[in-house]
Ligand binder design. Structure first.
Ligand SMILES: Cc1cc2nc3c(=O)[nH]c(=O)nc-3n(C[C@H](O)[C@H](O)[C@H](O)COP(=O)(O)OP(=O)(O)OC[C@H]3O[C@@H](n4cnc5c(N)ncnc54)[C@H](O)[C@@H]3O)c2cc1C
Length: 386
């Protein structure tokens, strides 16, 4: 793809996104065109398209952002292609999606913006994206989906559950990756979750799930999950750890259930002997939110390369919390009180570290900003691309 084509695609997308309600209108129009031309495709999607629409815009925006960095973009698209096998889609569906997107963009941008040159730039980009996804999907000889049975459901907080499953067939994911998950009471509403333990040959897998109020899937997981439920999984995604250099010190920062993918990596590292130093900062609003701090501190107690620091905004648990005092494992240090990004930035010098941040987009942005202000080069910082 030449620089001119990339620039045209970016400019058109920016122009569309800048219009009031732009991305939302674009995706509504895209799906309307796609389903009108290909009625069978509607069955791949859930009844409510609200979340799906956001996902499409986020994925396109991310891909457009990375067009010059093919080393990053192509593996991402490859993973997406392997994951999309879960829908049972074939090559013709990619063509249908590409055509519907072009028509929607053209209608939305209007004749002045949508010139022949813009049209061919978009077709080129879509061809690269679809081609990479199709090729990766075809080259994967693993199953398109995995099935697993819930063997344990622990409600560790009112709004956080730990769910353990046994997969029918083991899945070969890297610690730190995530998978799309579909639960029986919310068919086709795929959501990403990050395994909190490394892959193993027995097919045991564990997730930490926080309830998002008003969400479709997470409240159902917390309220309804029972032993024996069958969950379905897509192929593993994410390359947060791909650039991590062996031997380089690491800084890992998580809030809430964001600890899950970091914990999986720590458990995997604990099985090796050649680890560089790792500092973990684990943040929550209240001490009780740090439901996994004692596990991490126990891991640190027997692995000298690992340091774990809890960070909370309030020193005491809320009055309505009825469980064990949170965040204060015996022998471990008490959490520091403060704002997570600020505490990390002021704690030490992190300029030479490989850094991973896992949490909500706002937590990631704030923490990144704090680190950058403290002299960290943001090219050392990784987080998942959503
Ligand atoms: C790479 C990745 C890994 C993830 N891993 C985990 C994990 O291990 N554990 C886990 O619990 N979740 C994880 N998530 C989040 C998860 O995929 C769902 O987005 C979340 O559970 C909400 O789904 P829902 O169906 O309940 O809400 P939805 O129906 O999808 O959303 C309802 C509303 O809530 C908003 N919303 C969605 N998520 C959040 C949020 N986190 N905070 C505030 N508002 C939100 C949406 O924008 C929407 O307006 C991960 C997400 C990504 C992208």
């Amino acid at each position: 793809m030449d620089a001119r084509a990339i620039s045209l695609v970016r400019t058109t997308f920016k122009a569309v996104a800048a219009v009031e309600g732009g991305p939302g209108k674009l995706t509504r129009s895209f799906y309307a065109i796609l389903f009108a031309r290909n009625p069978g495709v509607r069955d791949f999607f859930p009844a409510s398209m609200e979340v799906q629409r956001d996902k499409l815009v986020t994925a396109i925006a991310y891909a457009i952002d990375q067009l010059e960095d093919l080393d990053r973009l192509l593996p991402f698209l490859g993973q997406l292609g392997r994951d999309h096998r879960k829908y049972g889609i074939v090559d013709a569906h990619y063509a249908a999606v590409g055509d519907a997107l072009i028509t929607a963009l053209e209608q939305f941008a209007g004749n002045e913006i949508w010139t022949e040159e813009v049209d061919s730039a978009w077709r080129e980009v879509i061809a690269v994206m679809a081609g990479t996804m199709i090729e990766a999907a075809a080259a994967d000889d693993g199953p398109p989906v995995w099935q697993g049975t819930v063997v344990e459901h622990l409600r560790v907080l009112d709004d956080v559950s730990i769910v353990r499953l046994k997969l029918d067939e083991p899945m070969d994911y890297s610690a730190g990756q995530y998978v799309s998950v579909s639960i029986p009471s919310r068919p086709r509403m795929w959501r990403y979750l990050s395994p909190s333990i490394p892959a193993n040959a027995a097919g045991e897998i564990e997730f930490h799930i926080r309830r998002v109020s008003g969400g479709w899937v997470s409240p159902a997981v917390i309220t309804n999950t029972a032993r024996g439920d069958r969950w379905t999984f897509g192929s593993p995604l994410g390359s947060m750890t791909r650039h991590t250099a062996r031997g380089r010190d690491r800084l890992l920062i998580a809030s809430g259930t964001g600890i899950a993918p970091l914990r999986a990596q720590l458990m995997e590292m604990a099985s090796r002997t050649d680890n560089a130093r790792v500092h973990v900062f684990y943040g929550g609003r209240y001490p009780c939110d740090l439901y996994d701090l004692s596990t991490l501190q126990q891991l640190a107690a027997i692995n000298p390369w690992l340091s774990v620091v809890g960070v909370v905004e309030d020193e005491t648990d809320p009055w309505w919390y009825q469980g064990q005092p949170g965040g204060l494992p015996s022998g471990g240090s008490a959490p520091i009180v403060g704002q997570l990004g600020k505490v990390v930035a002021e704690f030490g010098t992190w300029a030479d570290r490989d850094i991973q941040i896992v949490g909500s987009p706002s937590m990631i942005n704030t923490t990144k900003f704090r680190l950058q202000s403290a002299g960290v080069d943001v090219s050392n910082v990784r987080h998942d691309p959503w």
